[in-house]
Design a binder for this molecule. Sequence first.
Ligand code: P6P
Length: 336
Amino acid sequence: MKRISLTQHLIEEQRLHNTIPAELRLLIEVVARACKTISHAVGKGALGEVLGTSEAESENVQGEIQKKLDIISNDILLQANEWGGHLAAMASEEMETIHPIPNRYPMGEYLLLFDPLDGSSNIDVNVSIGTIFSVLKAPHGMTVPTEAAFLQPGSQQVAAGYAVYGPQTVLVLTTGNGVQSFTLDREMGSWVMTQKEAKIPEDTKEYAINASNARHWYAPVKRYVDEMQAGKTGPRGKDFNMRWIASMVADVHRILTRGGVFMYPADARDPDKPGKLRLMYEANPMAFIVEQAGGAATDGKQRILDIQPEKLHQRVPVFLGSKNEVDLVTSYHRDA
Ligand code: P6P
């Protein structure tokens, strides 16, 4: 089978669907190149003196101790993207405030958001981690980028994707015309299309949740998980399997590949905290990808892509994956 490169795919998308202006194509190629660099850094592990926490034991805006690779990955994305002229500003899980493009570079019309290295707790134990990114258009006529310019519902995304750094390094991308996957050919240093159209089965027998929090779950989640755990003789009439990698990119990639439902709900541990995952650069890009692959993504009540953001780093409960399962667990929330 003749495989095509990411570049050829993007040019054909531009020509066929006219959905990828040249500036957006450049943006995606630059982000993809940065993910190659991150993959290289991650792959060195202990040999690269990049494991462990940052010297300063610095904390990010989430109050999490930053790993060296978190900071390295963030810097790679900033440096790769700031000179191209395609962006107005960037935002990252690792930075409290937005990062406007320096005045010495031309300002573009796109906003780029990312979680530079998601799944940090897995870095030092050699379990798959990843980069998640989301692209919005800057509000028309914006001259000075503000945080408010980023606060657009996920339905406004023009592109989203992730790179998963596992046994293979795979880039998954959507620009609103389905979901494509590209595997990194390390010898050539190029992204090669290995899946033209990802599709998430509407049903599944596999769920993903951190079950150690079960005693804190609210009733709809407890009911939903209990019924699956009741198996063949229970109300669901079939047995289920469970996976939890504690790396959203890896869990979502498994679901995109073979189906499943991923849950990070709000729970009673902290009633004021709506779950752990962030809306702008984790839930929104993953929801865009999952919906484009025929799946569903809600916060338990509404489509994640319909949520009007109020803060750059706001958290949101996440239920995503096989459509019939997400619809069911969402219906339990609505019934409650
Ligand atoms: P827990 C990684 O830190 C992350 O943000 C997601 O990638 C992952 O799904 C989740 O947190 C894991 O959370 O509470 O199981 O450690």
